[in-house]
Design a protein around this ligand. Sequence first.
Ligand SMILES: C[S@@+](CC[C@H](N)C(=O)[O-])C[C@H]1O[C@@H](n2cnc3c(N)ncnc32)[C@H](O)[C@@H]1O
Length: 365
Amino acid sequence: MFFTLLRRLSAGLFATLRGFSRRGGTWVQARPALAAWVYGDPDEADRISEAELAEENYRDFNHRYFAGFGEQEKMLADGPRMAFYAAAVARRVRRGDRVIDLGTGTGILAAFAAKSGAARVYALDHSDILRQARRLAEANGLAGVEFIATHSRDFTLPERVDVILHEQMGDYLFDEAMVANVIDLRERLLRPGGVIVPSCFEFYCEPAKVREERRIPFLWELNVQGYDYACLEDERPDNPDYYRHIGCDPGMIEHFLGEAAPALKIDLMTLQSDEPACELSVVRTVVKPGRLDGFVVFFRALEGDDLVLSSSPLDAGRAPHWGFRILRTEAADFKAGEVITLTLRVGSWAEPSGWRWSWKRSAGG
Ligand SMILES: C[S@@+](CC[C@H](N)C(=O)[O-])C[C@H]1O[C@@H](n2cnc3c(N)ncnc32)[C@H](O)[C@@H]1O
């Protein structure tokens, strides 16, 4: 008992020290003169790479973003989301299981796991919301859940677990570091034959028509009561964010032009890296003619054949707190039978701001 306690305390202490050291490294790297002094030759192999720096920055953002009640309540009030997780956890967590809840937030998935009979739940979160999670657990008489204030990368255990639970999906599916975080825990702490909930995902990028009254053309496409903006075409903004639209109201999408199908399928149980592809081609034969306004990005998480969590603007029962994204295009009209080919170039899946896209038209076969 004493040694278990001592081991936990020292694991916690070393995790904190590692966190300090990593953040310190990032801080130093952001100051080139200091970094040159501390690290010497900047080309040395152990220098923090740009990707690591981006990851650190995201970590910091994420840590603050989820600390307030505002984000947590949106997620908890999302009925389809919570119904999916309640059913998936009840199905996959068995009596006596040891479980890691990666990013526990207010502790809701940990509570579901405890209800399913988990012997031990390690509920991790790096954000200050953990204080409220502990209070909630006490108020609700939750037993067998250990709340640990840590980033998952810094968490270690002397034993492997049976289940990893997580909800790390962003609007673009990949933009909340889900793949890297889950793979890291899977490799280090999931026992052979253990499960990840959820593990199967479909990523979509569908050509779509936006409802007339909701459509916002590019500035140079406009002609407002005879006042023509076409001359501004040669001043297209460089800012990549300008070329995507954040949609939260599914009513703005009138229809997809083709039959929706996954552009990418991933299974976190087997995926080997967080860079599953660098160039994706999506080919759609137009079945519903109309104007192409952009490509709608959304995802579906699947648990078995029957449980689906969807962010598609056109799915009845979509999970409403997720937005969807429109990769905007200049308007182009399509007839039935024509083919649209989208090319999506991805540097890093976790960094949608670097994604670039183009499309072409061809006659149907
Ligand atoms: C989308 S919320 C989900 C919260 C909760 N699991 C739920 O379903 O309501 C993600 C949570 O994970 C935490 N988080 C994200 N990445 C993490 C990581 N690598 N390690 C620990 N916590 C993380 C965030 O602080 C946030 O509270």
